[in-house]
Design a protein around this ligand. Structure first.
Ligand code: PLP
Length: 401
């Protein structure tokens, strides 16, 4: 196999040493699923590139915080002071990185963004109203509404000028037909879009026209590349602040989804009061070690995050410089998830199945992201660069066979 090289990033980085064998031995979901494909002990040599986790060891500050929990037996229920400290650290990080520091009193703990989503649907959208979801989308947003007895309206994102965009007319029609809440994921998984201020302003106009609400999923906020910069939706205008519940977490940028700590950010007085009255159950599942690790990530994890962002820039450059014949490739502006459109290949089967079998690379099938994603695959770039080079090599070989 030809080894690909990239000119981006340092010639050798500590993450380069994280081999596929090392990752398989770690036993993560990403590197062991589907079990029957990997074979006993990862015998089949598959490369795990689906679920949105990074292969990099966590920041020392995060590891220290978890160790301190074990050493100090900090596994009890959450004290208010630790919640307040986490909220202050989160608000300061947001202020520094995104130019908008929410009031720490309005930053509340939840175990994860999906819990924030179900709580927002239940308590902040008109009872029984449908949920509007631009697709392709993060997969659980397609299935969770039905589980909480809500209808889902997909608004497929048209492909315009080499990128996916929001279909505002379709969103407008969905609201006109009675939908009550828009899921606005930004940076966007799986298209890698970071929406512009102009696009966000158009969303506000449509939402305001119908007195609807927005669930702003900003879990990937710190993960932007090139010239792209995250703009919190609730910070774009008073109107947006008034109709939005924001959810985020340190879990994508610092790779800690198993620590179970996310944040809901309320951006107006009425919502803050309503959350105080209704948010208890959603908050209850938040993990105490997760809150302490999250505080450490936001407060002390900036240098680690910058190192990861620089490394991911190199991985993006590697993807951008790789010829994958027959695929339309989206190098993400935000998130570490790339989109490979395989519709031109006429495969006659889901592309994820083709690439897992023929290339040994396990990716998320686009159809799981909604009808608009059918024919595409989502490739997780957050691996050691030599492993990514091998994955791309294998994809290219499969395409040429
Ligand atoms: C856009 C988006 N939202 C939500 C989630 C899930 O987050 P959590 O584990 O906090 O529920 C993910 C995970 O990949 C995601 O990419």
């Amino acid at each position: 196999m030809t080894r690909l090289v990239t000119t981006a990033g340092p010639a050798s980085h500590r993450f380069d040493a994280l081999t596929a064998e090392h990752m398989r031995a770690g036993g993560s979901w990403k590197w062991s699923t589907p079990g029957e494909w990997h074979g006993p002990d990862g015998r089949h040599g598959l490369i795990g590139a689906f679920v949105a986790e990074m292969d990099y060891p966590v920041a020392e500050a995060v590891a220290d915080a978890v160790r301190a929990c074990a050493e100090g037996s900090r596994f009890g229920y959450l004290p208010d002071a630790w919640v307040a400290d986490m909220a202050a650290a989160c608000a300061a990080f947001w202020g520094e990185r995104f130019g908008w520091a929410p009031d720490p009193a309005r930053v509340r703990p939840v175990p994860d963004v999906l819990t924030a989503f179900t709580a927002t649907v239940r308590h902040f959208s008109r009872p029984g109203s449908a949920i509007v979801l631009p697709t392709p989308a993060y997969m659980p947003f397609l299935t969770v509404p039905g589980m909480i007895d809500r209808e889902l309206v997909q608004t497929p994102m048209p492909w315009v000028g080499g990128r996916f965009v929001l279909d505002l007319d379709a969103i407008d029609r969905a609201f006109a037909a009675g939908a009550g809440l828009l899921v606005l994921t930004n940076p966007h998984n799986p298209t890698g879009r970071v929406f512009s201020d102009a696009e966000l302003a158009e969303v506000t106009e449509v939402v305001e026209r119908h007195g609807a609400r927005v669930f702003a999923d900003e879990i990937h906020a710190p993960l932007t590349f090139g010239g792209a910069r995250h703009r919190p939706y609730a910070a774009t205008s008073d109107a947006a602040a008034a109709h939005t519940v924001t959810a985020t977490s340190a879990s994508k940028a610092w790779n800690t989804p198993g620590l179970k700590c996310g944040q809901v950010i309320l951006s107006n007085e009425a919502d803050a009061a309503h959350w105080a009255a209704t948010g208890y159950l959603a908050e209850h599942g938040t993990a105490t070690p997760g809150v302490l690790a999250t505080t450490a990530a936001y407060r002390e994890g900036g240098a680690w995050l910058d190192e990861v962002l620089a490394y991911l820039e190199g991985n993006r450059a590697l993807l951008a410089g790789t010829d994958l014949p027959g695929l339309d490739v989206i190098v993400p502006d935000g998130t570490y998830l790339a989109w490979l459109d395989a519709r031109g290949l006429g495969l006659g089967e889901p592309p994820s199945a083709f690439f897992a079998r023929e290339a040994g690379v396990v990716m998320t099938d686009g159809a799981a992201c909604g009808e608009a994603g059918r024919g595409g695959v989502r490739l997780n770039l957050a691996m050691a660069r030599p492993v990514l080079a091998e994955a791309l090599d294998r994809l290219r070989a499969a395409l040429r066979a």
